[in-house]
Write a protein that binds this ligand. Structure first.
Ligand code: HEM
Length: 123
């Protein structure tokens, strides 16, 4: 039988492994002052809330206002879409847009979307 060794434990195939998500968010080995509300801890970090980083699977570090925050950002983006005309840089066509995806819990762009905004005078 092929086992997976996880932190010194041999785990048989098809074993259900339960993760203590609470402990992940409170572990001082990974978070400085884990009990503190300190959003700036993420400023120079590559941790991403969209489901690619397992540190954010639950517990203290996950923002309960996430849904509200993300939908507010959608509102701002919708206004920007409405008030500006958008094009790809250097006159590139839509079919040339890089649509590469990166894997994770959910799908997101592999590379950043770069677009040029022009003020829309009739909007
Ligand atoms: C785009 C908007 C928002 C961003 C970027 C954001 C970001 C964050 C971050 C990074 C943390 C973790 C802080 C830490 O590790 O110390 C956090 C926690 C928290 N956020 Fe937000 N947040 C947003 C919106 C909101 C909203 C709208 C609410 C409430 C209505 C909210 C309530 C909270 C609370 C109560 C915590 C602490 C959770 C805990 O300690 O268990 N956030 N937020």
């Amino acid at each position: 039988m092929t086992y997976v060794n996880l932190m010194g434990y041999d785990i048989e195939p098809e074993t259900m492994v339960l993760i203590n998500a609470w402990a992940v968010g409170w572990d001082p080995a990974y978070w400085s002052e884990p009990e503190k509300f300190m959003p700036e801890r993420f400023l120079d970090s590559s941790v991403d809330f969209r489901g690619f980083d397992f540190q954010l699977m639950g517990g203290r570090r996950v923002c309960p206002g996430l849904g509200f925050g993300v939908s507010s950002i959608e509102h701002i983006v919708a206004n920007l879409m409405h008030k500006f005309d958008w094009a790809l840089p250097d006159g590139a066509k839509g079919e040339e847009l890089d649509m590469m995806e990166r894997p994770g819990f959910s799908i997101a762009r592999k590379n950043p979307l770069i677009v040029v905004a022009t003020q829309c005078y009739i909007c």
